[in-house]
Unconditional design. Structure first.
Ligand code: NCD
Length: 307
């Protein structure tokens, strides 16, 4: 059987995505049933860029399934520092592990690795491009909170230019009926034109606005906040100018719909004030928990393990 990788959220059809989310919900409800299904299996986490949630949730996911973990957490601590290519690294890792998750600052690096890999490779974030496993997490969270993935009005706020989670989430939700987007960003951090053009070509309703105010938030089912991606700026002064452009605090949230869920892939910097954390609409910590179930379901799906 051909090895299956995950590079983009669109690598899974809508039906496959729904099946994976169903599996994640079953895992959430029946943890014990899955606790030994990966006994003897290993995941390699190959992280060339910092991470807390993505790497640790992949590792927790494999451990929850009974498997083991190996890997590195920075470029400096791997042979990349000596000049080894991702293509060579994955050939070697294929001898040591059954599946790999790779994060890399360069767009397309996990794809290059997958072409040389004899084990499934998961894109755990490639530069400012895609982050499909965060999308599975986000979809699982939204479906669990709202009971559906169609007929939703989704606001995405912050760094829409470099925020890879936003690009992947828009691509994935665009496949559902009745979706509309409100894209909230400073002029300099607008959504890339390839994403905008794709929305237009598909006839998906969207608006682009700068202000996060009552009018912008009215009618939103979900407000997806994002951090300004400091590491992708060429110039520190621009980052400093942009970094506190949006701050969702208690006063601002008081203007939002009662049933609007606030999501954030995390880490947050200043864009959501901690005073919002206790509001029932703040769902970002639950979202991080869903990330473990989504990744458990993904590992089982790519490894072809049926329970
Ligand atoms: C995101 C990422 O790495 O793109 N983090 C994550 O994986 N949860 C978002 C971010 O870093 O801002």
């Amino acid at each position: 059987m051909a090895v299956r990788h995950l590079m983009s959220p669109l690598d899974f059809s809508v039906e496959e995505t729904e099946k994976l989310l169903d599996l994640a919900n079953d895992i959430e409800a029946n943890r014990e049933k899955y606790s030994h299904v990966c006994d003897g299996k290993r995941i390699a986490t190959l992280f060339y860029e910092p991470s807390t949630r993505t790497r640790l949730s992949f590792e927790a996911a494999m451990m929850n399934l009974g498997g083991k973990v190996l890997g590195f957490h920075s470029e400096d601590s791997s042979s990349a520092a000596k000049g080894e290519s991702v293509a060579d690294t994955i050939r070697i890792v294929s001898c040591y592990a059954d599946i790999a998750a790779m994060r890399h600052p360069k767009e397309g690096a996990p794809l290059v690795a997958s072409l040389k890999s004899s084990i499934p490779v998961i894109n755990a974030g490639d530069g400012g491009h895609q982050h499909p496993t965060q999308t599975l997490t986000d979809m699982l969270t939204i479906r669990s909170l709202k009971g559906r993935l169609g007929n939703l009005r989704i606001g995405l706020c912050g760094d829409l230019k470099f925020g890879r989670t936003v690009h992947s989430l828009i691509a994935s939700l665009s496949r559902y009926e009745g979706i509309s987007f409100v894209l909230i960003s400073p002029e300099e951090l607008r959504i890339p034109s390839y994403v905008r053009n794709s929305l237009s070509a598909q006839g998906i309703p969207f608006t682009e606005v700068v202000k996060l105010d009552e009018e912008t938030m009215s009618g939103l089912d979900v407000l997806y906040m994002t951090r300004v991606q400091k590491e992708r700026f060429f110039n520190e002064a621009d980052y400093i100018r942009m970094k506190d452009f949006y701050i969702l605090d208690r006063d601002k949230l008081a203007l939002a719909p009662e049933d609007m869920s606030v999501l954030h892939p995390l880490p947050r910097v200043n864009e959501i004030s901690v005073e919002v954390d206790d509001d029932p609409r703040a769902c970002y910590f639950r979202q991080a928990q869903y990330g473990v179930y989504a990744r458990m379901a993904l590992i089982l799906t790519l490894m072809g393990i049926e329970v």
